[in-house]
Each structure stands twice: as C-alpha cells, then as structure tokens.
Design a protein around this ligand. Structure first.
Ligand SMILES: Nc1nc2c(ncn2[C@@H]2O[C@H](COP(=O)(O)OP(=O)(O)O)[C@@H](O)[C@H]2O)c(=O)[nH]1
Ligand SMILES: [Mg+2]
Length: 191
C-alpha cells in the first residue's frame, strides 16, 4: 500500500501548483483507469472514479508523505468534451510536465485490451523529446483473456520499443501488478 495518501488540491493552472520534494504522475486517455489505479495503489478511495469519461478535467494532487505527491493528470481524447475544453488540455498537461523539477516518473497508462492509441503514441513522443522519465503501465488486464496476455503485452512493448517485462501489467480491479507498482512508486518518492 502507498501509505497515508490524502487528497491535497485540484488545479487547472500548473503555474499555481506549489513545489514538492518529489512527485510521480499518471497520464493517459480519459477512461483508461487512472483514478482506479491510484485508488488501488492507496488501498482506499482517494481519487474519484467516474463512469462519465472526461470528468477529470483538473490536475488532481494527492499527498503521499511529507512534500511527496502523486498527481492524476486530466485524461485526453474524450470526444464528447467540447472542443474549447479539449484545447486547454494540451497546455495544461504540457505545462505541468515541463514545470516540475522534482518530477521523478511519468506513468503512461495504456489500456491492455485496446492497446496504444495514436494519442498515447503522440504523448509518449512528446515525453521522449522533453527527456522526462517515463514508464508504461497497461491497465484493465482483467479485460484481456489471460491466454492473450503475452500477445497484448508484446504489442504494447513493441509500440514503445520496450521489452514485454518493461510494461507494467496491471488490473486495478483484480489487483494484478499492484504490489510491484507500489514498491516502485515508494522507491521513486523516497529520499
Ligand atoms: N475491468 C476493469 N475496469 C476498470 C479497471 N480500472 C478502471 N476500470 C473502469 O474503467 C472506467 C474508468 O475508470 P477511471 O479510473 O475513472 O478512469 P480515468 O478516467 O482514467 O480516471 C470505470 O468504469 C472503471 O470502473 C480495471 O482494472 N478493470
Ligand atoms: Mg480519473
């Protein structure tokens, strides 16, 4: 479990976020399972899980120890959100990602069954070009038949030029991969 995680603040303008001593963030398209994953990592409901994709339109910050943050970024790619609103997301996400000196890891979430979308690939390329530390997390593994796990994992790995073992394979619903990710995030945030 990530211990003592508490909701801290929501913000639309990354410039207004204060400093942290260390933080990790989660990015991915709307509905990919960001909030559910954060809740699974914390062992409690800290992030709102929405059945209405696109509801999470703010940068949501959770405290995970003294000046340590876990950050849930707004999801991209939800068609039913008005264009005017969608246009704000790029600057919000990019503004956040380029203004955090103590950002220790960007967890890029990809739906295990759907696989990487064009927007996932675009964001990943942007992350690479900005030299940010990143990892790929596959979500909702329980929606893929377990006999197809190696195949789906390989597809995701190939897209990001990774080895399959470097794709963090998770299901928030079934607890798959959660202990591993907890250990990794705790290490990222420590020190
Ligand atoms: N089957 C399954 N569904 C999930 C899982 N994680 C999230 N979901 C569902 O996917 C939808 C979106 O989840 P949410 O966490 O709100 O996604 P977000 O928009 O990325 O924050 C919700 O209906 C969740 O119940 C999972 O591990 N397995
Ligand atoms: Mg959410």
């Amino acid at each position: 479990m990530l211990k003592n995680v508490q909701y801290l603040i929501s913000e639309t303008d990354p410039v207004r976020l204060g400093p942290s001593a260390g933080e990790v963030c989660f990015v991915g398209r709307s509905n990919v399972g960001k909030s559910s994953l954060i809740n699974a990592l914390c062992g409690k409901t800290v992030a709102r899980v929405s059945n209405t994709p696109g509801r999470t339109r703010m940068i949501n910050v959770f405290s995970a120890g003294p000046h340590r943050w876990v950050v849930d970024l707004p999801g991209y790619g939800y068609a039913r959100v008005p264009e005017s609103e969608r246009r704000k997301w790029g600057p919000m996400i990019e503004g956040y990602l380029t203004s955090r000196p103590n950002l220790r890891m960007v967890y890029c979430l990809v739906d295990a069954q759907v696989g990487p979308t064009q927007l996932d690939v675009q964001l990943h390329e942007w992350i690479l070009s900005n030299n940010l530390p990143w990892r790929v997390v596959a979500t909702k593994a329980d929606q893929v038949r377990s006999t197809h796990w190696p195949h789906q994992r390989q597809i995701i790995a190939d897209t990001f030029s990774l080895q399959p073992r470097d794709v963090i394979w998770t299901s928030a619903r079934k607890g798959v991969g959660i202990p591993l990710l907890i250990t990794e995030i705790a290490q990222c945030l420590a020190g």
